[in-house]
Design a protein around this ligand. Sequence first.
Ligand code: URA
Length: 166
Amino acid sequence: MVVSRGNPAARLMVVGEGPGAQEDASGFPFVGRAGQLLDQMMASVSIDTNRDAYICNVVKCRPPENRKPTAKEMAACLPWLLEQVELVQPEVILLAGATAVEGVLGIRGGITRLRGQWQQWQGRWCLPIFHPSYLLRNPSRQTGSPKWHTWQDLKEVKRRLDQPGG
Ligand code: URA
C-alpha cells in the first residue's frame, strides 16, 4: 500500500493515478522520475511538496505492469481517498492526469480540454493538470506546450493559495 507523503495539514492536495515501481518499493507516492518533475515544477512556484502539499493517489496499490487502474479498482479505493480529504481538509486539490480526473470526478477523457478548468468537488477547488509522466514524454517548454500550460496552472494554484480564504 502506498498511502501518502507530504504534510497532512497542507492546504494543497495532489492526487495522482496510482503507485509505480519506485513508489511500490519505497511506500511513498511520486518519488520516481515523474515525482521528481512534479517536485521541480512545484518548486518553481515556491511550493515545497513535502512541506506545502499532501500527495496521494486514486489507487493505493500498484496495478500490475503499470497498467491503468480499472474503473472498479478506482471505485474500490475511492472511500479511502474521501477519508484522506476529510482528514487533510485541503482547500485546493490537483488532479494529475486523465485517470485521476476520471476516478475522482467521473469525467472521462480530454485532459487537454479539462486541464486548467477549476471544478468543485467535495466543496473544494479542484484543478485537473497534465500528469507529470506525460510531461516527461513531452519535454518542450515552448509557449502553448503541455509543460508551459502546466506551469500556468501551477501559478494559478499558487495565486489561489495566496488569496485570503483560498
Ligand atoms: N504516477 C502516479 O500517478 N502516482 C505516483 O505515485 C507515481 C507515478
